[in-house]
Design a protein around this ligand. Structure first.
Ligand code: GRF
Length: 200
């Protein structure tokens, strides 16, 4: 296992990777005092892998299809991270649900970002859910991950207005701008304060 003077992060992605890119930028600019040790995707075609490679960050593709059970997948994923000395895991558009085995390997040390003001609109298509509910505000939330989906104590959240005529795409773009700003801030808070980061 590696020893490092700076905290080592593992970022898990499944697709576009714009939040990963924002985290890489925050590290580069010194707003996030950590090193992204590894980026893991469950899909070979995740576009975000390119951001990691350009930044010289190790990438791994680990598909759940290569593991006999979801529990086994949890274990190999957790081992890949702990072997590299990762102490904080950032889910950034990672589209697999992680089970108790994985969560237990990183107690209070897994973060996720979700494009709504949780606990409102958890799960899939949160922007569509917000529009369909006629909500006047939505936003982005960074929270600690527990075995329940999109639950877990909230570290940071910020609202955005919903305008008349908004589409899923226009609302998603407005929320994404906020996501890119608050994720690195939330990660730094957790690195500084641990679980106390969820308390005001
Ligand atoms: C983001 O909206 C994030 O909140 C959600 O999935 C999306 C991932 O986007 N969990 P990206 O891959 O970071 O661009």
């Amino acid at each position: 296992m590696e020893n490092s003077p700076v905290p080592l992060l593992g970022v898990l992605i499944s697709g576009r990777g714009s939040n990963l890119r924002a985290l890489i930028g925050a590290v580069r600019e010194g707003r996030l005092r950590a090193r992204i040790r590894v980026v893991i995707s469950n899909r070979t075609d995740a576009a975000g892998l390119a951001f990691a490679r350009e930044a010289g960050i190790e990438t791994l593709v680990m598909s759940h299809r290569d593991s006999p059970t979801l529990e086994a997948y949890d274990d190999v994923l957790a081992a890949a991270l702990t072997d590299r000395g990762v102490t904080l895991v950032c889910l950034a558009g990672f589209m697999r649900v992680l089970g108790p085995g994985f969560c237990g390997a990183f107690p209070d040390a897994i973060l996720n970002i979700h494009p709504s003001l949780l606990p409102a609109f958890p799960g899939l298509h949160p922007q569509r859910q917000a529009l369909e509910a006629g909500a006047k505000v939505s936003g982005a939330t960074v929270h600690l991950v527990t075995a329940a989906v999109d639950a877990g104590p909230i570290v940071l959240q910020e609202s955005v207005p919903i305008h008349e005529g908004d589409t899923e795409a226009s609302l998603a773009a407005r929320i994404l701008e906020v996501e890119h700003r608050i994720y690195s801030e939330a990660v730094q808070r957790v690195l500084d304060r641990g679980r106390r980061a969820v308390l005001r």
